[in-house]
Design a protein around this ligand. Structure first.
Ligand code: GUN
Ligand code: FE
Length: 456
């Protein structure tokens, strides 16, 4: 039993989409690659021996009883450059928002030293919020996008990074777009090769992602070329899909079909594809997602501002579509997947009940739409891992040791835990609803400590 480290702790992890497993005072045995090699429960024969051996080798970490471990979160949709405008620019609809605020914001990343500053902060901020794996949009700039991958590599975050492609002149301003289709594809291919090299020297993995911004800003030929590159390099793929009335209708007018079928016709719906938002997916689109293994990156905070609707997430879960959570910085103002899990629950309940008090109650809502906080936790963890086809998001043998340690007993921000006999499932719920970044004391990715915060 030669483990690199052993953690004695109480932890929570999803057993199913609905149910949370409580692993009380277990020994989590992590191997040299940062993978959970074994979980030993109290009362099992090996428990004392594993504990003693790890202790005498100086490899045992005892997490105090008043702290709890959760799997690190998986953010399935984050625009790292937009961290620079998070919390602002939330006053106008999507199309205007892109042209007025967001394209100018992203254009600044032609400057590598500016990119360095913002990207370093974005990665540190996500880690401090418990996000151990993140699927990032960078910008159209190849060099700055490579820099984001390097920062993830250096900071120990599992980053999946895309150089954004937008080459359709009518929809993209001259100051911010790929020069032409050919350079967009050449830059993407070089980007993939360079990020694959960077990824090879990391323990946690850093990956290139094919990233057409969304169908409206891309030519048919670039979408076709990107589909071919996805197959050639077997990469992840990300885009925005059927997000708002405008985006959805725009694609229907151009192609006579929905985003999902358009993206699929170019080879962009694959097992490792993640599509952000997807509010306006028809049932046939969702069935196509399930068939191709394409996942939904559900961004509930952003959707409240830009999506003109609440996505029927329970319905799509029931159809067998992989789903995880995304912050969508900065369409979503919060870098925290705790905040997004809360909003996912609240939005789903508003969909179920309806929102207009002048409508009779039996006509107001969409029945069977609500999700629970345990289901939202699943989306933020295991659902994200499944969406990316990576062994992350669960505390289980064979999964990466990607973990956040929550300390609810801070003097300045104590969670309401008064009863020593309080059921642990209630402690879990209080954490899901009330944790702030101050409570996230330590974060590990692939067995390495990547964030720690001193006690107040
Ligand atoms: N659609 C195209 N680009 C974007 C973006 O940056 N954010 C959001 N929310 N939707 C988009
Ligand atoms: Fe987005």
């Amino acid at each position: 039993m030669n483990y690199a480290s052993v953690f004695q702790a109480t932890a929570f992890t999803s057993r199913t989409k609905q149910e949370v497993d409580i692993l009380q005072n277990c020994l989590f045995c992590v191997d040299g690659q940062g993978i959970i090699a074994d979980i030993v429960h109290p009362g099992e024969d090996a428990y004392e021996q594993v504990r003693e051996e790890a202790g005498s080798a100086g490899r045992l970490t005892v997490i105090p009883e008043c702290s709890y471990l959760l799997p690190g979160f998986v953010d399935l949709h984050c625009h790292a450059p937009q961290w620079a405008q998070a919390g602002t620019a939330l006053d106008i609809p999507l199309h205007d928002w892109l042209n007025t605020y967001t394209f100018p914001c992203e254009a600044k990343f032609s400057d590598l030293s500016y990119a360095d500053t913002v990207y370093s902060d974005a990665v540190s901020t996500l880690l401090a919020n418990g996000t151990t794996t993140a699927l990032y949009f960078a910008t159209v700039h190849k060099e700055a996008s490579v820099r984001l991958a390097e920062i993830c590599a250096d900071r120990g975050q599992r980053g999946l990074v895309g150089k954004v492609v937008m080459d359709l002149q009518e929809e993209c301003p001259e100051f911010y777009r790929d020069e032409n289709t050919e350079t967009a594809l050449q830059d993407t291919e070089e980007f993939i090769q360079r990020v694959q090299e960077i990824g090879q020297r990391t323990k946690q993995g850093v990956y290139p992602v094919i990233t057409p911004r969304f169908v409206p800003t891309c030519t048919d030929s670039v979408l076709e070329g990107l589909g071919k590159l996805a197959a050639k390099y077997d990469t992840h793929v990300q885009s925005h899909c059927s997000e708002s009335d405008w985006a959805h209708d725009h694609v229907r007018e151009r192609f006579g079909e929905n985003d999902a079928f358009v993206l699929n016709s170019f080879g962009l719906l694959r097992d490792k594809s993640v599509m952000a938002h997807c509010n306006f997916l028809a049932d046939e689109d969702a069935a196509l997602f399930a068939k191709t293994g394409t996942a939904i990156g559900h961004c509930p905070v952003s959707n409240a501002y830009f999506a003109n609707s609440v996505i029927p997430i329970r319905r799509f879960m029931g159809m067998g579509v992989d789903i995880g959570l995304g912050s969508d910085i900065s369409g979503g103002f919060s870098p925290s997947l705790f905040d997004n899990a809360r909003q996912a629950v609240m939005s789903s309940r508003m969909l179920e009940d309806g929102v207009d008090p002048r409508t009779p109650s039996d006509e107001r809502g969409t029945p069977d739409s609500r999700i629970t906080i345990s289901e939202a936790f699943y989306l933020a963890t295991a659902g994200g891992g499944e969406s990316l086809s990576l062994p992350v998001g669960r505390l289980e043998t064979g999964y990466a040791w990607d973990v956040q340690r929550i300390d609810p007993s801070l003097h300045s921000a104590r969670l309401p835990l008064y009863d020593r006999d309080e059921p642990l499932i209630d402690v879990f719920q209080k954490m899901m609803y009330l944790v702030r970044p101050e409570h996230i004391r330590q974060v590990w990715v692939q067995g390495e400590l990547v964030h720690s915060r001193l006690m107040d």
